[in-house]
Ligand binder design. Structure first.
Ligand SMILES: [Zn+2]
Length: 316
């Protein structure tokens, strides 16, 4: 087993985006990788190459009708995949499949014990539902990865932890009644921000009622409010006993993001990453994948994601 953290890099995932002036541009990948290269972590990281998810793999989470629809619209490159946030740009099917495939590649390496930790920028497309796009997200890489880890690697209890400013509705509602999908999400209160969901009272349904953790934050919340909320996440994830951790570390919860109103610094992302590595070491042989998620202030994206990778490296 290598102690290095595998960080995914390549044009295949860089081109997932919607061009100017859409906030989810295709420059986010390079902005991050420039900052990471300057951080002097070369001994601790290895650059890994994206791979494409197959339609069969996408089908573990998404419906066949929806996959067909994205494929068709991606050829024409016209219109929207949702109500107006996510344009059907040409080639988006392949780019979105490459993002998913990279997370599955990381999952395979970790499950084969080649490595323990990986980071995939651009992934963490948490608004996509099983049958539709949403909020700049075409395919839900974490949703596919959770199903893949179960189907291909025989795991059951997957933890999904999300500190993006937006509620991870595509993950929450897709697994709302599944008690084995351990879900914790700190996000800006849905009364002030898209997608409007994720109230504290949303704790799961059916057999999963009372098993999920949503923590809405008031606009303007900073690091001290985050730390307070994080203590609850830490306790919850630890007591849930995960077999694998997926960490969506969206950088749009940092101060200065153009489309949200939270005010953390990148220290929040670093501390959360360190804490999750500790829990992963205690419960699941260190297995964790970080996915970049949102973030529309380029400087924040570069810094927050780099701090997450640094924390993974430092955790050993
Ligand atoms: Zn977001």
């Amino acid at each position: 087993m290598q102690s290095s953290v595998h960080v995914y890099k390549g044009d295949e995932i860089a081109r997932y985006g919607f061009g100017d002036p859409h906030p989810f541009g295709t420059d986010r990948h390079d902005v991050f990788h420039r900052e990471l290269a300057a951080a002097g972590l070369d001994d601790g990281i290895h650059y890994a190459h994206p791979r494409r998810a197959s339609v069969d793999e996408l089908s573990l989470f998404h419906t066949a009708d929806y996959i067909d629809r994205v494929s068709r619209m991606s050829k024409d490159g016209k219109g929207f995949l949702d109500d107006g946030d996510t344009p059907a740009v040409k080639g988006i099917f392949d780019a979105a499949s490459d993002v998913v495939g990279s997370v599955l590649s990381a999952a395979d390496k970790i499950m084969h014990r080649d490595i323990r930790r990986a980071f995939v920028p651009i992934a963490g497309l948490h608004h996509a539902a099983r049958d539709r796009a949403g909020g700049f997200c075409v395919f839900n890489d974490c949703g596919v990865a959770a199903e893949y880890l179960r189907e291909k690697h025989g795991l059951r209890r997957i933890a999904y932890v999300d500190i993006d400013a937006h509620h991870g509705d595509g993950m929450f509602y897709s697994f709302e009644d599944d008690p084995d999908l351990i879900f914790a999400d700190i996000h800006e209160d849905g009364r002030h921000l898209y997608p409007g969901t994720g109230a504290e009272s949303e704790t799961g349904t059916g057999r999963a009622r009372g098993t999920k953790l949503n923590i809405p934050m008031a606009p303007g919340a900073g690091d001290s409010e985050f730390r307070e909320a994080w203590r609850r996440v830490e306790e919850y994830v630890r007591s849930a006993g995960p077999e694998f951790i997926l960490f969506q570390c969206g950088a749009d919860s940092l101060e200065g993001d153009p489309i949200t109103h939270l005010c953390y610094t990148e220290a929040a992302h670093a501390e959360a990453a360190t804490s999750l590595c500790r829990i992963a070491d205690e419960h699941c042989e260190g297995r964790i994948i970080g996915v970049g998620g949102g973030g529309y202030n380029r400087r924040n994206v570069a810094r927050a994601w780099t701090r997450v990778v640094q924390s993974f490296v430092a955790a050993g």
